[in-house]
Design a protein around this ligand. Structure first.
Ligand code: PLP
Length: 266
């Protein structure tokens, strides 16, 4: 694949996109269709089959009433960063049968919550947590799809394993038999420097390819790309884009609430 020019766009050249809030079923259908079209176009540019790219709508901060509308528009899986919020929504919307994906850092003492309701956990980043999850899952007679989170940007307080630690970590996971390892997850650098963002995706793909060689990563899926960078992520090999604001609308809660460093990362 040809690499884009290494010249960074200046931050001023790309004003923050404005995301309009989806309220009606039609709003959601329109936003979904627009995102899916952009996914298709990015896959086409990269010479990839668009069918292998999953769109995971990220519903954090969106109230339950609007999630019912989103569901009516065809959104049946939802990603949430915080486990308490996710669990509350899963209970109050239990009649819908939504598939819940927890995509944010988890403290070990919350493992039992995730084991109780989540269909997927994308932010596995320590063996202590793997152990705690496995114990709770065994007790519940469940298993869980997991992605290992990697800090691909080198930003100091981003969650996730250092790239150098990924191979040994993956090799240790078969000990936790209720965890089904599906792939790797990352948040790329929070910056308008397109070359830096693409370098994060490149690191992830290299780690994934090495793990496929080693046979430690199941299907070798790659969860990367958000509202601001999902097209570059697809060109970089993503098989799961996690898109919140471009579907639901702008969030009032600053991103620093979810990844504390982003406010300083520019
Ligand atoms: C919020 C969040 C996203 C989606 O971000 P948007 O800017 O709303 O697309 C993706 N991944 C994680 C881990 C998140 O917390």
């Amino acid at each position: 694949m040809t690499e884009p020019s290494a010249t960074a766009r200046s931050p001023q050249s790309s004003p923050a996109p404005s995301y309009t809030t989806a309220v009606t079923v039609d709003d959601f259908r329109r936003n979904l269709a627009a995102i899916r079209a952009r996914i298709d176009a990015a896959a086409e540019r990269a010479g990839r089959d668009t069918a292998e790219i999953r769109l995971l709508p990220v519903s954090k901060t969106v109230p339950e009433e609007r999630l019912r509308t989103a569901f009516a528009a065809g959104i049946t899986q939802m990603g949430e960063n915080k486990v308490q919020e996710a669990q509350r929504k899963s209970e109050n919307l239990a009649d819908l049968g939504i598939s819940w994906s927890v995509i944010g850092h988890l403290q070990t003492n919350k493992a039992k919550n995730v084991a109780a309701f989540a269909d997927e956990f994308q932010a596995l980043d320590s063996l202590r947590l793997a152990e705690a999850l496995d114990r709770r899952l065994q007790a519940a007679g469940r298993s869980l799809d997991v992605y290992v989170q990697v800090n691909s940007s080198g930003e100091p307080s981003k969650f996730g394993l250092e790239p150098d630690d990924v191979a040994a970590f993956l090799a240790a996971l078969p000990a936790y038999s209720s965890l089904r390892v599906r792939g790797l997850m990352t948040l790329a650098a929070h910056t308008d420097d397109a070359a830096r963002v693409r370098e994060c995706f490149r690191i992830m793909r290299r780690l994934r390819d090495a793990a496929l060689q080693a046979g430690t990563i199941g299907d070798g899926l790659l969860s990367m790309g958000m509202s601001g960078d999902f097209e570059a992520a697809i060109e970089g090999g993503s098989t799961c884009v996690r898109v919140g604001q471009a579907i639901f609308g702008a969030r009032a809660t600053p991103d620093s609430h979810y990844w504390p460093e982003s406010s300083q990362a520019k």
